[in-house]
Design a protein around this ligand. Structure first.
Ligand code: 5AD
Ligand code: SF4
Length: 453
């Protein structure tokens, strides 16, 4: 313990954390910074000034390990250059890639001192101290018996208008293309009490919007108090200064009645839902082991649109899954035409070692994947633009988040998660402002400020 103190009382050090991937990783990076603060580390945006560099990796995207090794090559050069000037820079690799290929990182990049998975970053101070004493690399990628959430410092030190709060981690669904159940482990939910306590700290530090995060967030359960995601949302809505609540990512089969009703009954719950479907073909959905078919997905969307007709719907799609025929792909295009999305993410299927789909026969040729992705993205882009255009003339409330360094404009988000520029000043930060929409673009809206009467 004394080691910590001595460290903290000497001159402050700098940590640079580079984050790849999802909001869960952004959240994890922020918490890494929190656990490092008592050791005397402040976060920096400039890696050339850092004493400690952590790469927080994501395994879902294509070529994740190649990207990591090429980044590590660059960092090795930086490390050597600083060594010449007498500064010892430590390098760490965190996140899902560290979890999946920790041994390989240790062998191929021996200058990496710390390797730790998403479940163990609360032990980062201990790892750093162990690394300082031992020679060589510390590898910590086990799934610990004790959940990481119980070990995190109570407060998030950084102040942000839009905060993220991790309520659940891991996934038990085992979609056949996905590494998450292997890299993030089994589903684990935090207690309702600890979530509300963290939310209160976030709001006290300036958060006005909270996005509840989890790989399968709507599978959240705290059985000790009989709470699901809807109960978290209801309790959060009681926090006076919290204006907005969102959540992601959801599985269609976990959209229970209580959560759907929350979209009707809780005004602070934003009319936005990220609900991945992946494919519109029942045969492909079965091969993906999604455990729902297209009809069930349509039924969930219908139920939620009934209670919240103005819902902005978002989704994830994978094209070129093994065995996907032109007619399977057409089923995806058709469901997109029928449902109409406000925004979406779409990917070419990519083989992930260790997942069942990676060894399926009938892998789809790259050029077919590319051509299908282009068609799907053209349709999704048009729907996104149409959704934005339909807002012209409407008055929307915008939560002002920050000031743009480029042009001095303020910017914020509409309830539907569209980005908006706002003429104004920094006093507007953290407030909701009424904006009449005058222009719509594929990725943003423009509008005029409507002063309060
Ligand atoms: N290939 C392509 N896309 C994938 N995703 C997850 N695994 C793969 C893969 N092997 C996409 C899914 C998921 C999103 C987070 O990433 O669409 O919903
Ligand atoms: Fe991966 Fe999501 Fe499927 Fe879980 S539900 S296995 S996180 S794609």
């Amino acid at each position: 313990m004394n080691d910590y103190k001595d460290d903290a009382e000497s001159t402050r050090k700098k940590v640079f954390i580079k984050t790849w991937g999802c909001q869960m990783n952004v959240y994890d990076s922020a918490r890494m910074a929190d656990v490092l603060a008592p050791l005397g580390y402040d976060r920096t945006d400039d890696q050339t000034l850092a004493d400690l560099i952590i790469l927080n990796t994501c395994h879902i995207r294509e070529k994740a390990s190649e990207k990591l090794f090429s980044e590590l090559g660059r960092l090795r050069a930086l490390q050597k250059a600083r060594e010449v000037k007498g500064v010892k820079v430590k390098i760490g690799v965190a996140g899902c890639v560290a979890q999946a290929i920790g041994e390989e990182i240790k062998n191929r990049a021996p200058y990496v001192e710390l390797i730790f998975g998403p479940q163990t970053y609360h032990r980062l101070p201990e790892l750093l101290l162990r690394g300082a004493r031992d020679v060589g690399c510390v590898l910590d990628t086990d799934f610990p018996a004790e959940p990481k959430f119980d070990f995190l410092p109570e407060s998030q030190s950084h102040s942000q208008i839009c905060g993220f709060l991790s309520v659940q981690e891991g996934c038990d669904r085992f979609c056949s293309y996905c590494v998450v159940p292997y890299t993030r482990g089994a589903e684990y939910s935090r207690t309702l009490t600890s979530i509300i306590a963290e939310a209160e700290v976030l709001v006290a530090n300036g958060a006005r919007e909270i996005t509840l995060l989890g790989q399968n967030v709507n599978a959240y359960r705290d059985d000790s108090v009989g709470a699901g995601l809807a109960e978290i949302i209801c309790e959060l809505s009681e926090i006076k200064d919290l204006l907005r609540i969102r959540y992601m990512t959801s599985h269609p089969l976990d959209m229970d009645d209580a959560l759907i009703e929350a979209h009707r009954d809780v005004p602070k719950l934003m009319p936005f839902l990220h609900l991945p479907i992946q494919s519109g073909s029942d045969m492909i959905l079965a091969a993906m082991n999604r455990k729902h078919n297209a009809g069930q997905y349509r039924a969930v969307v219908e139920r939620i649109r009934k209670v919240q007709p103005k819902l902005a719907l978002s989704s994830d799609f994978i094209v070129g899954f093994p065995g996907e025929s032109e007619s399977d792909f057409e089923a995806t295009m058709q469901i997109v035409r029928d449902i109409e999305y406000a925004q979406a993410f779409s990917f070419k299927y990519s083989r992930r070692p260790g997942t069942p789909a990676s060894v399926m026969s009938e892998q789809v040729p790259e050029e077919v994947k590319e051509e299908r992705l282009a068609r799907l993205q053209a349709l999704l882009r048009k729907q996104q633009t149409d959704f934005n255009k339909a807002c012209i003339g409407e008055t929307l409330s915008v939560l002002v988040e920050n000031v743009s360094r480029r042009d001095g404009y303020m910017f914020g988000r509409s309830p539907y998660l569209q980005t908006m520029r706002v003429k104004g000043d920094v006093t507007m930060m953290g407030t909701e402002q009424k904006m009449r929409i005058t222009q719509a673009y594929p990725n943003s809206l423009d509008g005029e400020w409507v002063p309060e009467p």
